[in-house]
Each structure stands twice: as C-alpha cells, then as structure tokens.
Design a protein. Structure first.
Length: 149
C-alpha cells in the first residue's frame, strides 16, 4: 500500500526505468544489460554471467554521439569470440551505457553469426527480447556493406 495515497499497487508487471538493473536474454547464453548491471557482482553471479562484453569499444563515436558508427571488423572479431564462448556454455552479458542502442546491436550481430538469422530479422528478435532497444537501421546498412553479410 502506498503510504501517501492509501492505494495498493501491483508492481509485479512494472517495467524498470532506463536507470534500473535488468538484463534480457536473447538466447540461453547472451544477455543485454547496462553499466549498472555490469557492476553488480551479486546480480551477475545470480544470473550465471561468466563474461562481460563492453560494446562501447565496438563503435566509433569520434564524430559525436549522434554520428557514431559500428567498427565492423572489430565487432565481427569480438562477436566471433562471443560465439566460441557461448558454444562452450559461457553466459555472456553484453553491455553499453543504457543497454538500448549499442548492446542490442551487438546481440543482433551475434544472433546472425551464431544462428544464420538475417540481420533485420535478428534485430526484430532482439527488440522482442529487450523492448527498450532502439533500432539503428543505418548501422545494419554499414554492417551489410563492410561485413559482407
């Protein structure tokens, strides 16, 4: 019961705000989160996280935040390592700052590489798993051109 209004609130279905901790699994091995998730060791342990990928290093934002672009070659190398780790049973948290732009994009590339899911279909799947995902179709275009994929 809220002490100020006397109303009873059911928070079981409440969605956390961007600043709150929550990770979303895109498959049994890879989850998307934020900086807050990555620094809570107890939370990481409770989720069985073995490895954290900081997706911020996989983007070039030297032209500013609004003009950031994926560093395709580097991203494909890291996603390849994620795939190897996942196939060995590791549970991986992919994080950036808020977990809504860069990390979902990296998770999308992972789904493409691991399962052969086309980029656009994989991106939609990521959005279904993490509803705060912001699509960056221009990044997909860059990936398709530079990543030959």
């Amino acid at each position: 019961m809220c002490p100020f209004s006397g109303k009873i609130y059911d928070v079981s279905d409440a969605k956390p705000s961007i600043g709150e901790q929550i990770i979303d699994w895109v498959d049994e091995n890879v989850a998307i989160g934020s900086w807050r998730d990555a620094r809570d060791v107890d939370h990481l342990r409770s989720q069985g996280i073995d490895l954290i990928v900081d997706s911020r290093i996989l983007f070039d934002d030297s032209q500013g935040r609004d003009l950031r672009i994926p560093r395709v070659e580097h991203m494909l190398k890291v996603v390849g390592l994620m795939q190897i780790a996942a196939e060995a049973g590791a549970r991986i948290l992919v994080r950036c700052y808020h977990g809504r732009d860069r990390s979902p994009f990296v998770a999308m590339v992972y789904l493409n590489r691991r399962y052969g899911t086309p980029y656009r279909q994989a991106y939609v799947r990521v959005k279904q798993k993490r509803d705060r995902t912001v699509f960056h179709w221009e990044w997909v275009d860059i990936l398709e051109i530079e990543g030959k994929g």
